[in-house]
Design a protein around this ligand. Structure first.
Ligand SMILES: [Zn+2]
Length: 288
C-alpha cells in the first residue's frame, strides 16, 4: 500500500515536471512611433494570449510578425484599458488573426467604443495613416474577470485607478508569479505624475500588485534600464518624490523640464514630457 502510494506520488510528480510551463515575452514598441508601450505574449504549448496590442499600426505589424514567428496559435487578445496606446493595434491583430477572441472588461469595451472617434481624430494629425480609421475595432465583453490559457486561469483586477485615470486593470499569471499591469506601473519613462486623490488611489492599486509578491512585473510603458520586476516600484516612488521637489523648486515649465532631464537623462517617453510638465505649469494664456 505504502509502495503503491509512493509510486503514484512519483508518477504525479513526473507529470507535474513534464508539464510545459507558460512562457512570457514582451514586445516593446520603442520610441515615439511605438509610444514605448508594452505588449505581453503569454504562450502555452500551443496557444498564445496577448495583453495589449500596441498603438501604431506599424508596431502592431511588428508584434504580429513576432506572434507568427512563435508558431503559436493566437487564441485571445486582452485590452487592459481603453486608451489608444493599448487599443489601436487591434486593427492589425484582428486582420492578421481573425479567429483570435478580443476581450476586455465591460467598462473598457464601453469606453473604447464611445471614446474611439474623438481619440482617432486627436491622434490623426500626429500619426496619420499609422493609426486606424474612425471605425472602431472593439473587444467583446468578458462576463467574468478571468482569462484562461490551456487550463490556467489568470484573474483580472479591474476598475482600478491607473496613473492616468480610472478604469485600468491588471492581470495575474499565477504559475509565472507575473503581473501585467497596463498603465499602473511604469519603468524608466517620463510618466505622468498624478496629484491628490488620484495619486492616492493609484498608489493603492500599486499596493494591490505588490501584495501578490510578483517575480515579474510588466509595466505598461518602459524605457532603457527597465527590469520588469518590483524594482519598478522603487523607481516610480523616487521619480514622484523628485518630481514634487522639482515642481517646488521650479519657476516655469522650461526650468522644470530641464531639471527632470538633468536628473533623469535618457528615459523613455520623452515625447510626452512637455505635456507632463504642462499639467503642473500651464502655459500663460495667449495674447496676455
Ligand atoms: Zn499607456
Amino acid at each position: 500500500m505504502k509502495i503503491k502510494l509512493l509510486l503514484s506520488t512519483l508518477a504525479l510528480a513526473a507529470v507535474a515536471m513534464a508539464q510545459p510551463k507558460l512562457q512570457l515575452k514582451v514586445h516593446h514598441g520603442a520610441g515615439q512611433n511605438g509610444y514605448d508601450v508594452n505588449s505581453t505574449m503569454i504562450s502555452g504549448e500551443k496557444d498564445m494570449l496577448v495583453i495589449d496590442p500596441q498603438f501604431s499600426l506599424s508596431e502592431a505589424h511588428r508584434l504580429a510578425a513576432e506572434i507568427l514567428e512563435s508558431k503559436k496559435n493566437l487564441a485571445i487578445i486582452y485590452v487592459t484599458h481603453p486608451h489608444p496606446d493599448h487599443l489601436f493595434g487591434l486593427a492589425v491583430l484582428h486582420q492578421a488573426f481573425p479567429s483570435a477572441r478580443i476581450v476586455a472588461l465591460p467598462a473598457t469595451v464601453n469606453a473604447a467604443k464611445t471614446g474611439w472617434p474623438a481619440r482617432q481624430k486627436f491622434w490623426f494629425p500626429t500619426y496619420g495613416n499609422n493609426i486606424p480609421g474612425p471605425e472602431p475595432v472593439l473587444p467583446e465583453e468578458l462576463t467574468t474577470p478571468v482569462l484562461t490559457l490551456e487550463g490556467e486561469n489568470f484573474p483580472i483586477t479591474g476598475g482600478v485607478q491607473g496613473a492616468d485615470g480610472p478604469g485600468n486593470s491588471f492581470v495575474y499569471i499565477p504559475s509565472l508569479k507575473a503581473v501585467v499591469t497596463g498603465d499602473i506601473m511604469f519603468d524608466h519613462v517620463y510618466f505622468g505624475v498624478p496629484r491628490d486623490k488620484a495619486r492616492e488611489d493609484w498608489l493603492k492599486t500599486t499596493e494591490q500588485i505588490v501584495a501578490l509578491n510578483p517575480a515579474i512585473i510588466v509595466p505598461g510603458h518602459e524605457g532603457p534600464g527597465a527590469t520588469r520586476d518590483l524594482a519598478t516600484l522603487a523607481f516610480m516612488k523616487k521619480y514622484i518624490a523628485d518630481w514634487d521637489a522639482n515642481v517646488a523648486a521650479s519657476h516655469d515649465a522650461a526650468e522644470m523640464r530641464a531639471k527632470v532631464l538633468k536628473q533623469y537623462p535618457g528615459l523613455g517617453m520623452e515625447f510626452t514630457l512637455n505635456d507632463r510638465v504642462a499639467t503642473y505649469f500651464p502655459a500663460a494664456t495667449k495674447g496676455k
